[in-house]
Design a protein around this ligand. Structure first.
Ligand code: ADA
Length: 619
């Protein structure tokens, strides 16, 4: 349903540049709806035979449950389920408050893996289904809710579907399963502010054009007179600095996007390494009450100038890493302290960008990117998806399009987002996938024209590139995953490949979206070979080779002769992670099912390559 746009006639209140005592205030708290945290203790039981429906596990006590603390991965909580693939049932009880007239009750799931059906009090028909992993889903349960205790049951399923995203071509990381992110019960007022964002573009006179979009829903039966107040607070000193607007409007029944636009002087831009954050506080007062929503945001703009990407008008060079939201002790359900430590370590390395591989990561990860000044690449897990799947019309309409839409709607308000990613290493040399890229890029640009659209290609070694990768024409940047000297050819074949890409796409930036080798912490080889594949089979796993590989590749990526069109690189990968198809190849058996290309181990112990990269990025 297209949302109506309602422009406000508004009074723009210019505020003094300096904060004086009357208006000085600490930054507003990040106002959120009244929520009951439903994380914590849940009962969970695997259902390998799929008997949960017949035995009504949506309403009956689970026969032999485990008790776990959500967010949690079942396969981590229960080692004998380390490789479990199938359904599992999760249950907890909660007491719902009495709703005031017009209030609505919502269940909110910040992320599951891979899909889920949600039941309340055992009703046959699920309250709703969660079709996509790693993105938020929410359900209006007002009409199902009486005051008092309720049973919330969730059937989670990590079975890989034949025609979906991901599909059986996916083997790229461990298929952890569970309620991997927080769950909460929210009470929302009859007139409620939902998504809030600030879209910004630079004016030629150095001011910024600000466009605030606030979604509002009026669940009542009549339109109400309302006043929308917007305040922009500078997090640097907690004051209201940029602007305040007060606008009056009738809030019609249903949903609408309220838009307020202004040109602002004297604001500080958000940039990688210099993340100047503001808090945008929206308050809507109507005769039915007051609702407030706050986000952290910033002034930023990215655009292409031929083969250069400009961030706030300045040529951009990416010093990036790929990072999975995974940890051996937590699976996908990382505690906040681990999330922060990871992102802060990227900054310590000297990174200014992170590819959140290969799925949308937590809101708190994007918040950390906003806070720490890391440009974010956010993508859907179309990882080596099969052409016949990703190119299928039904898969596009039922999986790719809603997945991309959910990802963008959840994360578009973060100033750190640079790229929306269409997927990874899918058959971009085929006509059917070219059509996927064309449609997906059009969808993404229609939703959010303020970011660049990208996918990571592995078809470049099938040179001549121009005849091979048919999808680059539909995205903004030519991004390649390359392992010259590890999986194929020689390390020094990278430079010519980059030059061939530039020759084929002279008006697009070229970017290395992955490069890396495996390395076992402590494994030394004072005379590392020139290629990773060993003559006798298997691979070289020494830290010395990893250092040699990264140095040789970065020399070619950073070569001054390529500076006018090379956008930079994302090293593969920040930390070692669980990867089902890493078996043998000369690795010690205890390291099977581990992707060892990290600059740090799974437990975040730094390898020698960490220091190499740090020294290159912090000259
Ligand atoms: C591919 C893939 C990554 C990882 C990498 C590797 O490029 O995109 O997810 O599997 O290979 O480690 O070889």
């Amino acid at each position: 349903m297209s949302r109506r746009l309602a422009y406000f006639a508004f009074v723009l209140v210019a505020l003094p540049a300096a904060c004086d005592s009357e208006i000085a205030s600490t930054c507003s708290a990040l106002a959120e709806p009244v929520a009951l945290d439903l994380s914590g203790a849940w009962s969970v039981q695997a259902d390998p035979e799929g008997v949960g429906d017949a035995e009504r596990w949506a309403s009956n006590e689970l026969p032999a449950p485990l008790t776990v603390t959500v967010p949690r991965c079942l396969d981590v909580a229960s080692p004998d389920l380390a490789s479990y693939v199938g359904k599992s049932w999760w249950q907890r009880r909660f007491t719902a408050p009495t709703l005031a007239e017009g209030e609505r009750a919502w269940l909110v799931f910040d992320g599951v893996a891979l899909r889920a059906r949600v039941f309340l009090d055992g009703v046959e028909r699920p309250v709703g289904t969660i079709a996509h992993d790693h993105v938020r889903a929410e359900f209006d349960v007002t009409d199902l809710l009486n005051p008092g205790e309720h049973l919330l049951a969730v059937e989670v399923d990590n079975t890989i579907l034949e025609s979906s995203i991901p599909d059986p071509g996916w083997v790229g990381w461990w298929n952890h399963t569970g309620l991997i992110r927080p769950v909460r019960f929210e009470v929302r007022p009859r007139v409620d502010l939902g998504a809030l964002r600030l879209d910004t573009t630079q004016n030629t006179d150095g001011t910024w054009h600000a466009r605030v979009v606030a979604s509002v829903s009026n669940a009542g039966s009549e339109a109400l007179p309302g006043t929308l107040r917007l305040q922009l607070q500078d997090e640097a000193d907690g004051c209201t600095r940029a602007f305040e607007s007060i606008s009056s409007r009738t809030v019609t029944v249903g949903e609408a996007d309220l838009v307020v636009e202004a040109d602002l002087a004297g604001v500080s831009p958000w940039a990688p390494g210099a993340p100047h954050l503001y808090r945008l506080v929206a308050t809507l007062e109507t005769t039915s009450g007051t609702t407030t929503r706050t986000i952290r945001t910033g002034f930023r703009e990215v655009r292409l100038d031929g083969p250069r990407a400009l961030w706030n008008g300045v040529p951009l060079t990416l010093r990036g890493l790929n990072r999975h939201e995974m940890h051996p002790d937590h699976g996908f359900a990382l505690p906040s302290a681990v999330q922060r430590a990871d992102l802060e370590d990227l900054v310590a390395l000297g990174a200014n960008a992170v590819r959140l591989a290969h799925y949308p990561q937590s809101a708190e990860v994007l918040d950390l990117c906003d806070e720490l000044g890391l440009l974010a690449w956010v993508e859907i897990p179309a990882w080596q998806s099969r052409a016949e799947v990703l190119g299928d019309d039904a898969v596009f309409s039922e999986s790719a399009a809603p997945f991309l839409t959910a990802m963008i709607e959840e994360h578009r308000h973060h100033p750190s987002v640079l790229f929306w990613g269409l997927g990874n290493e899918f058959p971009s040399h085929t006509e059917i996938i070219e059509r996927y890229c064309e449609r997906a890029a059009a969808l993404v640009r229609g939703l959010d024209p303020s970011r660049l659209v990208v996918f990571a290609s592995d078809k470049h070694e099938l040179l001549p590139i121009a005849q091979v990768d048919r999808c680059f024409q539909h995205v903004d940047v030519v991004a390649i995953n390359e392992y010259y000297g590890w999986y194929y050819k020689a390390m020094t074949d990278l430079g010519p490949a980059l030059d061939a890409l530039h020759a084929a796409f002279p008006s697009k930036p070229v970017l290395v979206s992955e490069l890396g080798t495996e390395a076992i912490l402590g494994r030394a080889n004072p005379d590392p070979p020139d290629v990773g594949r060993l003559p006798g089979g298997g691979f070289e796993f020494s830290e010395d080779f990893q250092v040699k590989f990264l140095a040789t590749h970065l020399d070619q990526i950073d070569a001054p002769a390529r500076a006018d069109w090379m956008l930079g690189a994302y090293l593969w990968v920040y930390a070692d992670f669980a990867d089902p198809h890493r078996v043998g190849d000369g690795r010690p058996p205890e390291m099977n099912h581990l992707n060892l290309k990290g600059l740090v181990t799974g437990q975040r112990e730094r390898k020698r390559a960490w220091q190499l990269v740090h020294d290159r990025w912090n000259p």
